[in-house]
Design a protein around this ligand. Structure first.
Ligand code: MEV
Length: 442
């Protein structure tokens, strides 16, 4: 049977499933059952999800968990997180509790500017292009009024447009480099619409610009698109306490912990192999909240990692100091988030997540998300520099291993108890379960 098809998107959902299961599965009935098992019985809700993308055949579940007790700028939050990794929510909750007793998290939005660019080719005199740009700049903004009117009423809009000469990188390459304030919207549609209008205006005006030669009038627009690199849409989250208050009773002193923690941070600052994993741990927290609140985690990921390399070498996004007996630990990252538009008003769980957070503005959400990242990094470094990561990680992973062995509820209870005092590993769980099953058979 052919594994390719034309006109697939025009098929009904059932026809799509039939084609998929017949083409790719030896047991098509099983495959169909798995796909349909995830359909929602509420047809309206299912239709809503079907219509988010093209060719939907089922839903893909991720756990939606919550991490309570986050004290941020003297206000308590329970943070929603959508993530599959077993230890992330537990780690966030633990870090929240730890810092709740030490003054909580302090946050600050540093800037909120977003960027978009019209990339184009121009074959001609640079000074003439510059004069052309100066002469049309106000028209570029004026022609966007139907798009920007409402945003301007709320205090946002186009901040500035610059002409940038990029010909030292690529022959004849120039940009309109524009900055925007998009308030509570992530702003992708707003920015892209403005950019496409800039391009139309620029092409139209070039044909009318008398000082251009015929060749110069032929501006060649390559593309118009926002940038997911937003180094001027920055948020900072911080925790701080007396070094001695970091102590974990008998396990370690505050001083020893702070020193080790700082060493771990310094390593991530200078060593890219470590920095990537260090930052991945931060993104465990960030992506989970970004996803739960219906935001674009790919955009956030791309922008954050670019920011981590801004000085020419990939480095840690968090930093720490010990000064005058005080331990301070902070994160500064670019985050372009929205609390209106996109999925935020459509997906019932996203709406619920935002309501749980007190219907935050985009600025507030930036702060909450940054805190989730900082908390996650704190929890990871705390484990890594004390007990090692596997102890907590494997404890949380135990349930996944038990499920892989189809452990029943009674077996789970016994094994969870057993592994409270024993080291979890795949083979240890396998052996202990086999022993238990043998004992029961005897
Ligand atoms: C695992 O998902 C994340 C960690 O590897 C982060 C880190 O190493 O800092 C534990």
């Amino acid at each position: 049977m052919s594994k390719t098809i034309s006109g697939f998107s025009k098929l009904s959902k059932s026809e799509k499933i039939n084609w998929i299961v017949d083409t790719y599965f030896s047991n098509s009935k099983d495959a169909e059952h798995i796909l349909k098992q995830y359909w929602n019985s509420d047809e309206k809700l299912q239709q809503l999800h079907d219509e988010f993308i093209e060719n939907t055949i089922t839903n893909y579940y991720l756990p939606f968990g919550v991490a309570p007790n986050f004290l941020i700028n003297d206000r308590f939050y329970t943070i929603p997180m959508a993530i599959e990794e077993s230890s992330v929510v537990a780690a966030a909750s633990k870090a929240a509790k730890f810092w709740m007793d030490r003054g909580g998290f302090k946050t600050e939005v540093i800037s909120t500017t977003k960027i978009g660019q019209v990339h184009f080719m121009y074959h001609g005199r640079k000074d003439m292009l510059n004069s052309f740009f100066i002469s049309i700049k106000s028209k570029l903004i004026e022609d966007c009024k139907p798009i920007t009117k409402n945003m301007e009423l709320r205090g946002g809009g186009i901040i500035n447009i610059e002409l940038r000469d990029k010909t030292s990188d690529i022959k004849n390459y120039y940009q309109l480099h524009a900055s925007f304030e998009t308030l509570d919207a992530m702003g992708a549609n707003f920015i892209n619409s403005c950019l496409e209008q800039f391009a139309k205006t620029m092409k139209r005006e070039a044909l009318l610009f008398d000082d251009f030669t015929e060749k110069e009038k032929q501006l060649d627009i390559v593309m118009c698109i926002l940038s997911n690199y937003v180094p001027d849409c920055l948020v900072r989250a911080e925790v701080s306490c007396k070094v001695e208050d970091l102590s974990d009773h008998d396990a370690f002193s505050g001083e020893a912990f702070a020193e080790k923690f700082l060493q771990a941070i310094k390593i991530a600052e200078v060593e890219p192999y470590r920095a990537v994993t260090h930052n991945k741990g931060i993104m465990n927290g960030i992506d989970a909240v970004v996803l739960a609140t219906g935001n674009d985690f790919r955009a956030v990921e791309a922008g954050v990692h670019a920011y981590a390399s801004r000085n020419g070498s990939y480095s840690s996004l968090t930093h720490a100091t010990i000064e005058n007996g005080f331990f301070t630990f902070w994160l500064e990252i670019p985050l372009a988030l929205g609390t209106v538009g996109g999925l935020t008003g459509l997906h019932p769980l996203v709406k619920l997540a935002l309501e749980m957070l007190g219907k935050p503005t985009a600025k507030e959400l930036m702060q909450i998300v940054a805190v989730a990242g900082l908390a996650q990094n704190f929890a990871a470094l705390r484990s890594l520099t004390t007990t090692g990561i596997q102890q907590g990680h494997m404890k949380m992973h135990l349930m996944n291993i038990l499920n892989q062995f189809h452990a029943n509820d009674a077996e789970k209870v016994i094994l969870i108890e057993h592994f409270k005092t024993n080291t979890v590993s795949f083979s240890a769980v396998s052996d202990t379960l086999a022993n238990l099953r043998m004992r029961i058979d005897d």
